[in-house]
Design a protein. Structure first.
Lengths: 322, 102
């Protein structure tokens, strides 16, 4: 099992992330243009959506019902207890607690994608429809957290609710690319996939490495914000993912998923959003401090999950299943 | 075609605000604007655009003084408190003034 952890740390993907971190720390000019980064994230989301859609087209509907319900349970409960912990123990203001809760309740598609790559390398099978659950978990948690933050108070004039917020959540690039890929995969099935496989499947890990390089650079450039984030947020950003992974793996087990599926479900629960949630939170809770929520999810929780979390959660899942 | 005095309004703001700012400009009577993506440095630190939308935009609007005043007041009241935003105006002479009037 330790060799698995070492294999994860020494995979080209993880090392590309480290390279990005180092580049940021030494102030190198190594940087992907924002447009290229956006295209890479579109590629990854569409590719994972396509694969999930094809799997969904072949799945027995009854096997999907319980995991879907479990996902919705996570989407409501995770932001609620995150919010309570941040308020009571962390002494955060209502909007800052709600902003952080939105990130930890929602999901990081790239952490999930890295987990699939890790699981495949470890030779553990999993249910193919899991990407559909990523799409499902993304939005509800953000809405629950925003409701918690705004409950009983008047939003400031620059807060966007209603139509603008719904547009940001449902027409945002993460949801559109992932759900779009799922639908295309569902409609075209295996024969459709065969046509685009050389582009969307074979180069996948290379593109992931390139994407993680830039993500490492973004995380590295926010490391200096860690000092202002404080010890509590560093603890929260590392302990909370492990607790959420335990809950997720347990729920996945109860929902009848395989060990690999429950592991991925644990990763879904453990990951914190850093694309969809920051955009929505900035719009709807403009008075919340991005120095907390972007730093926590991108500079603390993402690197933790990528290096320590992915192998740790697999150990947890395998312990439960044997 | 003699030059007509107008105001040029420049707004440097977080790129995430683009959709809302253009809606505000249209609602307050501006007839057109130009937007470029921008990066730089200021009190909010470095604004070097990455895919988290960390970058800025620079908007330029030419309009009659009354429209520009209304836009400035609106921006100040709504966005100044929580958003990175720099606003300044210049007096300009424009040709083809019919392009800018409501």
């Amino acid at each position: 099992m330790l060799s698995l952890a070492a294999e994860n740390l020494l995979s080209p993907m993880t090392l590309a992330f480290v390279l990005g971190l180092v580049a940021a720390l030494v102030r190198s000019d190594l940087k992907l243009p924002a447009e290229v980064q956006a295209a890479l994230s579109l590629y990854l989301l569409l590719a994972i959506g396509l694969k999930g859609g094809v799997a969904l087209s072949e799945a027995d509907p009854s096997a999907v019902v319980l995991p879907v319900l479990a996902t919705l349970v996570l989407g409501v409960t995770q932001p609620a207890w995150s919010y309570a912990i941040l308020r009571r123990l962390g002494r955060f203001s209502r909007v800052d607690a709600a902003a952080l809760a939105a990130h930890y309740g929602s999901v990081s598609a790239v952490t999930f994608i890295a987990a699939i790559a890790f699981l495949t390398a470890a030779g553990v099978p999993h249910e193919g429809f899991m990407p559909a659950l990523v799409a499902l978990l993304e939005v509800p948690a953000i809405l629950v957290a925003m409701w918690l933050g705004r409950r009983g108070s008047t939003p400031p004039r620059d807060a966007e609710g209603g139509g603008g917020l719904w547009h940001e959540l449902l027409a945002g690039k993460v949801t559109m690319a992932l759900v779009g890929g799922l639908v295309i995969g569902l409609l075209t099935g295996k024969s459709g996939m065969a046509q685009v496989e050389p582009f969307f499947v074979d180069p996948f890990k290379g593109v992931l490495a390139l994407f993680l390089l830039e993500l490492g650079r973004m995380a590295g450039s926010r490391l200096r914000d860690l000092r202002s984030a404080g010890v509590f947020l560093i603890l929260f950003g590392t302990v909370m993912p492990v607790a959420h992974a335990a809950v997720g793996i347990g729920l996945g087990y109860m929902a009848g998923l395989s060990a690999g599926g429950a592991y991925l479900f644990g990763v879904l629960a453990a990951s914190a959003s850093y694309i969809a949630a920051p955009a929505a939170v900035r719009m709807a809770l403009p008075e919340a401090n991005p120095g907390y929520y972007v730093t926590a999810s991108l500079a603390i929780t993402f690197p933790f999950n990528l290096t320590v979390g992915l192998p740790l959660y697999l150990m947890m899942a395998e312990a439960l299943y044997t | 075609m003699s030059p007509t005095p107008m105001k040029l309004l420049t707004v440097v703001a977080e790129a995430a605000l683009e959709r809302r700012l253009t809606a505000d400009l249209a609602a307050l009577g501006a007839r057109g604007w130009t937007i470029v993506e921008a990066h730089g440095h200021g009190r909010h630190g470095d604004a070097d655009g990455d895919m988290l939308g960390g970058g800025n935009i620079r908007m330029e609007v030419v309009a009659p003084p009354a429209v520009v005043d209304a836009v400035v007041t609106h921006l100040r009241d709504v966005y100044f408190e929580h958003w990175g935003m720099i606003v300044f105006t210049h007096d300009v002479d424009v040709v083809r003034s019919e392009k800018f009037k409501g």
